[in-house]
Design a protein around this ligand. Sequence first.
Ligand code: FE2
Length: 512
Amino acid sequence: MTSRRDFVAQLSAFGLALAGYPRIPVLVRPRFVANPFSLGIASGDPTADGAVLWSRLAPDPLNGGGMGTEAINVRWEVATDEGMKSVVKRGTTIARPDLGHSIHVELDGLRPSAWYWYRFDAGGAESPVARTRTAPPANATPDRFRFAFVSCQHYEAGLYTAYQHLAAEDVELVAHLGDYTYEGATNPDARNMLRRHQAWEPTTLEQYRNRYALYKQDAMLQAAHAAFPWVVTWDDHEVENNYASDSPQDKAEQGSFLVRRAAAYQAYYEHQPLRKASIPRGPDMLLYRTINAGRLARFHVLDTRQYRSDQACGDGIKAPCAEWSDPKRVVLGDTQERWLTRGVEQSQSRWNVLAQQISFSRVPNPTQPTYHAMDPWSGYPAARDRLLAWMAGQQQMNIVVLTGDIHASFVMDVTRDALQPETPTVATEFIGTSISSGGDGFDRWGQLLNYETTVPNMRWHNARRGYVRCELTPDRWTTDYRMVPYVRRPGAPVETAATFVVEHGTPGAQKA
Ligand SMILES: [Fe+2]
């Protein structure tokens, strides 16, 4: 079916500008055995004049995609109306087999702070229409900016009801802070599991693709992607629980782990609306980056997995050993840490947001006061203290840390000394709960029943599921914790369980 003319036409239009990827024949008129847009469509990483449009052709999603070995010509169009009548941009791109027939279109030339609608067409098979939004103008401070953040969507643990509610929110951006997929094989003994992972734990590219395909067929997840642009970053489970740089959790895997990491990173790229800068090179992938909302907010999107030192003292939650306080141990790595501190210092934004995975504040256990969690920042005290000392000199930058990972909500005043909550507050941290991980959840962790009196810098805690909605103005940051009472059966309503504000120039959260 491939003609030489198809191939030549594509080369002249695009030059197949992916460095390191070979030129291959392109099929202009493919035929599909089933809907190739089974994984939905999405957008992300907005700028003031564009965004990235994403999809992946997968007519047989759970079996490698079902696309064969040829590249596919895909048309896209962008309109200013939902009915796609006023098309303002259109073009074609190529879905390559060596990138899982994923599609990543980087738009430019659009108007700032504007909604757009988009769709794809591959050989006459049309995708649904989805919506995206450009960022505010680069040199202006909008009156307000609304976004939401989410994390941790274990497929077996619960339904994505929170996404159904999120899709109806009035926000301009969604930040996903990691654990988009989980790598475990389904547990044959877990008879009460709501829905099932495949029977294997992924280690190969095809297996990781099939795990993404399982997750991305969820209609509520697709609806949330179709409603807003997302900015994504990963935690551990997109590869393997509690891995650190080139160290797997299971040390028996040490020799081959980077091969596995390369497969997982590539599958991550293939399934997210990321720019070409994030195309993986072997086991390495650039994920930390900056997203601006004009001069109102700058999102410093961090990668706390790829460059970190191995967890100290054998990982876990325990009394520290000598390794714990080694000043050479890092979370971000030197390059990313320098990039972050310079990026904040040079920022002209009112709010500087650290969009990242792991608890920055110490989330203490009052019944075990000498224990520290070794995987989050608490396990890297020298790296955290270096950032805290720096934050103490940046209070006019209004640093707000956003966190996922622990499947519970916390509002924390970030204190100059993380182990001494009576020291001055230098920043604010909002830890968001999971979408589904952990199942229905409950009101409080048992050890925090009396946190109001035992943990002075903890403003609020809850362990239900949901998402976090934030509204920023130049003078005030407002955070609403949006909670669903259950995820193990459908139809949960959503409610605002708590609202906190941060005033410009005054780090720390106050109950609204
Ligand atoms: Fe998680």
